[in-house]
Structure formats: structure tokens, C-alpha cells
Design a protein around this ligand. Sequence first.
Ligand code: C5P
Length: 281
Amino acid sequence: MDTLTLAACAKLNIGLRVAGLRADGYHELDSVFQTIDLTDQLTLTLREAPGTQVRMVPDRGIDPNANLVHRAIALLDESVDRDAGLSVQVDKRIPIGAGLGGGSSDAAATLVALSHLWGLGLSRAELQPYARRLGSDVSFFLHGGRCRVSGRGDRIEPMGDGNHAIIEAYVLVVPPWPLATSEVYRTFDQLRSSSLINSPYANDLEAAALQLEPRLGSYRDWLLAKDVAFGMSGSGPVYFALASSVAEATDMAAAADRELSGDALVCQPTTSGQQWPLRYP
Ligand code: C5P
């Protein structure tokens, strides 16, 4: 097996509580994470020429040192003895700086794929220590589906997929500008705010995101006027609204496309963090 192609799923936070500041400077979280069928596609190929090449399409100029795919390869590379080179192409479809975990999911997918391609046979549990070192959300994507996530983001309790039958589709409203997670948390610390709404979808980081990017308010107002259940994902700025059918979600997305700037996407939940033909142990 010389080439592997797999899809890395985005996530939504179905509610997010920040329970306090931890001794390590991170925040203590309590959230429900759900993977969705908005994906990046990764193609990993073994090459004769030594070295590693990572190509992002489109190339948004992400610094290779900060690129989690590079970092995942380098981390796993330390523990294998290999001669062959590696090239990776990442077709980016998950918006960057959106609160959808795209970079973290790419990193988890890279770990899973390399374990196969390099014949390491590492289980999810064995990949967890690598995931933890790469970022707070990476551990979750090794599980995917719907999980209760706490701690720094690395305590994961799978919740099963019982809710898929109820929540059939989500509409994602994606503003055309990103937000930096670290800045949203910094603003949260200054504001010491809690969530704006009392609902299962309440997100304690929403007031901080609105403070940092006041233009986000018009997206929130639009959703309030629609009288639908909605929440912000992660550190934003993406909002998601719940729809009871794909047809209802498609109508809402068409209205968002007409009335708001940015993108509106219809997504459905997935039961895993990666999609590919192979089963993973
Ligand atoms: O772990 P990761 O590098 O993805 O986190 C990005 C930023 O988000 C951190 O630098 C930190 O500012 C913030 N963060 C946090 N508490 C968490 C997760 C992330 O403060 N549990």
C-alpha cells in the first residue's frame, strides 16, 4: 500500500462551558463535540526520494512550523525508522480559523493514516499521547462521532449516536473572516462572561467572540429572527442552526446565502472522525 486517501471531518460544539482556568494556562472545558460530514481530503503517498512534502490546496500560506499535518508527521517520524519519503496533499474544504477544528482533524487523520502506511499498527489508544501533544482537540478526532469532552479537551466519553435520528441536519453559517482561538480565550479571561443564552447549545466563548468581532452580531441577530435552535461552534465565528430535515436545512442555507455575507453549508453528523474505505482498529 503506497497511497492512502481519507477524509478528515470537521466538528461542532453542541454547547461549550468553560469551567475555569487550569494550572497549565489552558481552560477547563465541558462540551459535547460532534463530527460532521464537512471534510478535508488527505492523500498520503510513499516516495522513493527521502524527505517530507506537504501541499495544501488551496495554499493559504500556513507556516509549515505551525501546520499540524507537518507536526503530526514529525512527531510520529521520531518513533519509526524509515527510508522512504512521504508526500501529503491536503485539499482544504473546512474553513480555517472557524471553530470547526479543521487543523486538529487533519492532524488526527495524519496520525491514523501514517500508522497504516508505515505499518505501525497503532490503536487509537496508542495514538492518544501523540494527539495530546499536537493540540487540545486532536484527541477527540481519533474518536469522532458524538462525545462529551472535558479537561483541556482530552478527556473523551463517547455518547453513542442516539441523537442522529433526532437532529438530521445542521446549517453552518460561515462569516468570511477567521477568529484566532487564543485571542478568543484571552478576551474571555478579560470579560469573565458566561453564556448569552440558556440552552443546551450555549457557548461560554460567544460573548468574547462578539467582543473581538462585532460584525458577528448580525449573524446572531439573523439566527434569532429565524426562531431556530442555534449555537456558536468552538471559539467561533461559525454558527450552526439545527434543522429537522435536509430539505429544511437547504432552505435555511439558501436564505442565509442571500441575506448574509460568507458561506452557508448543510451538514450531517458522522459517527467517526475520519471517512475512508478501510476500517481502523
Ligand atoms: O491546544 P490548542 O493549541 O489547539 O489551543 C489553541 C489555544 O486555545 C491555546 O493556545 C489556548 O489559548 C486556547 N485553549 C485554552 N484552553 C483549552 C483549549 C485551548 O485556553 N482547553
